[in-house]
Design a protein around this ligand. Sequence first.
Ligand code: NAD
Length: 249
Amino acid sequence: MSSLIGRLALVTGGGSGIGQATCRILAREGASIIVADRASKNVQKTLQSIQSDTTQNHLGLEMDVAKATSVEDALKNTLEKYAKPPSIIVNCAGITRDNFLLKLSEEDFDEVINVNLKGTFLVTKIFTNSIVQNGINNASIINIGSIVGDYGNLGQTNYSASKAGVELLTRTASKELGNLGIRVNVILPGMIRTPMIDAVPPKVQEKFKELIPMKRFGNAEEIAEVIAFLASDKSSYMNGATIKVTGGF
Ligand SMILES: NC(=O)c1ccc[n+]([C@@H]2O[C@H](COP(=O)([O-])OP(=O)(O)OC[C@H]3O[C@@H](n4cnc5c(N)ncnc54)[C@H](O)[C@@H]3O)[C@@H](O)[C@H]2O)c1
């Protein structure tokens, strides 16, 4: 039995990788999906890949999570179409700008923090205010951190700091929003085969694989299935949780 029938879900970064797989799997579970991404072409590709029945009604939006005005516009478009905000929010948009600390530019530091951490803050704040105003008291926010936010990683001071921030933003938000019926949880993926990882040099990829007990990278669906669980009432008492999905890394 599909677990998300009648629910509306916003997926940021829905144009690629984990976000795209999440759109497909939440739609399979019966949700209507708002696919939001900075890359509008990819939004269309994701919309085309979603299988759904006539009770579902999807929307594609070009949105930059790092810009408050863009997120506010996305909320406006959502309310115009559905007359309600989503009760599922998946903060999946993310970028890397890797370099060793001694060479990392201020611009690359700022950009990663702005998209990964500030973007998660802006989307959560702006959409959750609407959830509260609309009296929705069963909502789930799923943030995507990273295992490197716990352990650090060479060449990723900016990225690992942004993801550590996402984890603690999640835990604090869960304390503030739990009494409103809004659950907030974070997933820490390990190495997942997506365009983001394809940019990592093959030699480095092999080194990482050695460190994973399951000796393979995950695929985007293996994260999306956990997201679907957190979105659904099957996880109704989970709030403020951190779930590592890493193949044991
Ligand atoms: N792939 C991995 O191994 C891995 C591991 C840990 C965490 N993550 C996290 O998972 C999430 C998804 O990553 P992925 O691997 O699917 O990467 P991806 O590059 O395939 O997808 C990221 C998507 O985010 C979008 N995006 C980037 N900046 C944006 C912005 N400002 N506003 C809106 N959309 C924006 C991109 O256009 C892209 O469609 C990211 O937050 C990433 O940090 C990935």
